[in-house]
Design a protein around this ligand. Sequence first.
Ligand code: ADP
Ligand code: ADP
Length: 226
Amino acid sequence: MAQLTLDNIQKRYGAKTQVISSLDLQIKSGEFVVIVGPSGCGKSTLLRMIAGLEEISGGGMYIDGDYVNDDSPAERGIGMVFQSYALYPHMSVYQNMAFALELARHSTSEIDQRVRECARILQLEPLLERRPKDLSGGQRQRVAIGRAIVREPRLFLFDEPLSNLDASLRVQMRMEVAALHKRLGVTIIYVTHDQVEAMTLADRIVVLNQGNIEQVGTPLELYDHP
Ligand code: ADP
Ligand code: ADP
């Protein structure tokens, strides 16, 4: 659970390309915020800046009050689930989830406990010994989520995590993401093109346009006008 503050955030690529000119946003601890907007409006750039994968050109980002502009992705305590869930193909489901914890030098027993707990929550227990190629799309996406969860992040970033799945699986996974949010009580920032996803998942929806926040509100406030 973490609170996120973006204070006058700016992003430039080179001298000329200003993608985000001044963005202010406060996200409460435990809140589920969905970001929508046309292609090219800066959604991915914003997520990557929050993750620490892209430099912030100006302004300040704070997690629970701490200034984190200069912190690495790992130091920020952020978990990411992206559209192309690049699972390690030569590793089992178990190893895929354990890998980051091994790099972080957690003890074997701690790693085992966390991976098994995660597998239980995501119903991956029967699949722990399988390779990614022997999983369905939804199962793979669940492993990708598991890989982020085992790190016990304070904040989750989802970048169109369901857009590669077929329609029925998307509905099922959407319910699972909602259940996960409820269960873990974590803060989530979620980018999607899918209006139904935005309406069903969000506590608050942020509409981006050309790098600016055009509208912010609950799904009811934004979409329930007669
Ligand atoms: P979205 O995710 O909403 O589709 P992006 O964040 O990918 O939008 O892109 C926002 C804008 O920033 C686009 O105009 C894109 O061309 C530009 N952009 C993204 N990455 C770079 C880069 N590395 N160099 C220059 N411009 C970029
Ligand atoms: P590695 O997988 O070897 O850690 P990456 O290039 O995938 O290397 O990651 C670079 C940085 O981003 C690392 O500091 C890693 O801790 C962090 N990172 C990678 N994936 C995630 C994720 N799903 N959630 C949170 N942090 C991540």
